[in-house]
Design a protein around this ligand. Sequence first.
Ligand code: ATP
Ligand code: MG
Length: 267
Amino acid sequence: MQAHRTQEGATAPFYFPQGDEREVFAAAQANGLPLLLKGPTGCGKTRFVAHMAAQLERRLYTVACHDDLSATDLIGRYLLKGGETVWVDGPLTRAVREGAICYLDEVVEARKDVTVVLHPLTDDRRILPIDRTGEELEAASGFMLVASYNPGYQNILKTLKPSTRQRFLAIEFDFPNPEQETEIVAVESGLPAQRVAPLVRLAGKLRGLKGQDLEEGVSTRLLVYCATLIRQGMPVERAIRAAMIEPLTDDEDVKRGLLDLVTAVFG
Ligand SMILES: Nc1ncnc2c1ncn2[C@@H]1O[C@H](COP(=O)(O)OP(=O)(O)OP(=O)(O)O)[C@@H](O)[C@H]1O
Ligand SMILES: [Mg+2]
């Protein structure tokens, strides 16, 4: 993975911008505004946040949300340590105290009590009440809340309430255009761009099937996997099957249809 240095010498992970998302992120961070990233799986959301945190020289706390994640997991808890009860900050509290970036991945998966905690933090109050300790923390300057979700997986039960949604600025991500994606996959895998280009063309065709035969189109992440296998010497057809066909479906008929597309692109 290529990386470039920030002023302080820390390395920022490689990120190829799709548009002006870096400017929007920087402006949000400078003004203490929360940001929501929307987009399909494997299109670069997590990489983008890691890149921006390094560029802006902010510490990053990432929390993968799931339906068991509670407000306590984010805020902190009392723990027994050597016979004593001590308070231990959770990742959100640490970020609020330090002026760091807290990234809630797949935020729609989180429990209701989590969104309740986010409300006073994501409006002009910027406070985090900690019931257990009686503290009311004001977010340190530099603190930023970033959340992401994939609108494709959404169902009626799992969606953000308007009162939560409308506390965030939002950026929509999609798969990069073919030229950008070719460059990204070439950099990430080390496979030369002219060998990556037909894989990206195939990905375009597979994405065309989203909603008919496939729930989701092939991600940039899977393209990187595929190109990595090929660079390591795996035959192209085998790599495509392992990285771009099998991960997408279990249905034999659909697989055959996808393999026909492979033949159409590679001959
Ligand atoms: N714009 C980009 N610049 C650099 N690498 C990228 C970019 N977009 C995608 N990638 C590559 O694709 C991989 C997957 O991206 P990432 O993990 O950021 O996806 P994501 O959108 O967070 O997906 P998920 O919703 O499943 O968490 C990265 O590890 C990276 O190799
Ligand atoms: Mg991610």
